[in-house]
Design a protein around this ligand. Structure first.
Ligand code: FES
Length: 294
């Protein structure tokens, strides 16, 4: 894309991201999604805690690939190709069901600029899918030109919404592990005196410029990245439950203190866990060394 056009497009997106007038529509959709979206294990399945990252991006490939192929086949124009196109449109719309559900499950906990950009992404995709669905009407009535136009229009909308989705993820960081680029100590590093670490109180310490949260329970010490993998919330302000899990104060993702695994989303990436030990009166932490090293 020509650099000037790309900059204009990015400028437009940034303006929309800051436009608070979008909030009334985005909030209404978030409230609706919050009411109809299944909670608990089903929502966790949609956000991807079981996979270690979001499932929505992978599912979008199935929808876009199928519908793009359908559009191409329709453009070829032979009767056989148009029939195959119908089949692919039906398959693409079917694949859109879990794709839309997982995307909404990721988006429903967003706010600010991410929420607005996500709203535009959702509306664009919704309109694109509607075009494909509506194209069956003219197809059944034998109006080939209208069906073709609707499928082309649908593809254009999906492509535009895909661009917005990329901006939301790669520029705004939505769905990205917010602890991915932190630097943790690879060697034992003293972070606090043992006597200063109180039992059953989340305590923030710093090692190599990176915030780590410690939790001491029955003399066992747990150490995790303080920055929540979901959207950067401070785990030190969260709560620890009786099952040895800590919940994030922002969107209530729950992580296992010992393993960092996601117990409940919306987080999909596990929390980085460090080894912790007492040594010469201090608490020391380090990243787990690679297998075979000590
Ligand atoms: S920042 Fe969203 S759950 Fe932690």
């Amino acid at each position: 894309m020509e650099r000037g056009a790309r900059r204009q497009l990015e400028h437009l997106l940034e303006q929309l991201a800051r436009d608070e007038r979008l909030d009334q529509y985005a909030d209404a959709l978030q409230n609706l999604v919050g009411e109809i979206l299944p909670q608990g294990d089903m929502k966790d399945a949609l956000t991807g805690g079981w996979l270690g990252h979001a499932v929505h991006p992978a599912l979008t490939d199935a929808v876009i690939g199928t519908l793009a192929s359908a559009t191409l086949l329709h453009l070829v124009g032979t009767r056989h190709a148009r029939r195959s196109s119908d089949f692919l449109v039906a398959a693409g719309l079917l694949a859109a069901v879990p794709t839309v559900a997982s995307g909404l499950a990721d988006w429903v906990d967003s706010y600010g600029e991410e929420k607005r950009i996500g709203f535009i992404h959702a509306v664009g995709n919704g309109a694109g899918l509607a075009c494909y669905l509506l194209s069956f009407g003219p197809r059944l009535r034998g109006h080939g030109l209208r069906a073709r136009a609707l499928r082309l229009c649908g593809f254009g909308l999906l492509a535009g919404a895909g661009y917005v989705g990329g901006h939301m993820t790669l520029r705004k960081g939505m769905g990205v592990d917010h602890g991915a680029f932190a630097a943790y100590p690879e060697h034992w590093t003293a972070v606090i005196q043992d006597e200063d670490l109180k039992e059953n109180i989340l305590t923030k310490v710093t090692a190599g410029g990176t915030d780590i949260v410690l939790y001491k329970n029955h003399r066992k010490i747990y150490a995790l990245a303080n920055t929540c993998s979901h959207a950067g919330g401070p785990l030190v302000e969260g709560q620890v439950d009786g099952d040895g899990c800590v919940s994030c104060p922002w969107h209530h993702s729950v992580f296992d203190l010992a393993t960092g695994e996601v117990v409940h989303g919306p987080a999909s990436s596990p929390q980085t866990v460090l080894e912790a030990r007492r040594h010469e009166g201090a608490v020391e932490v380090r990243l787990h060394p690679p297998d075979g090293e000590h």
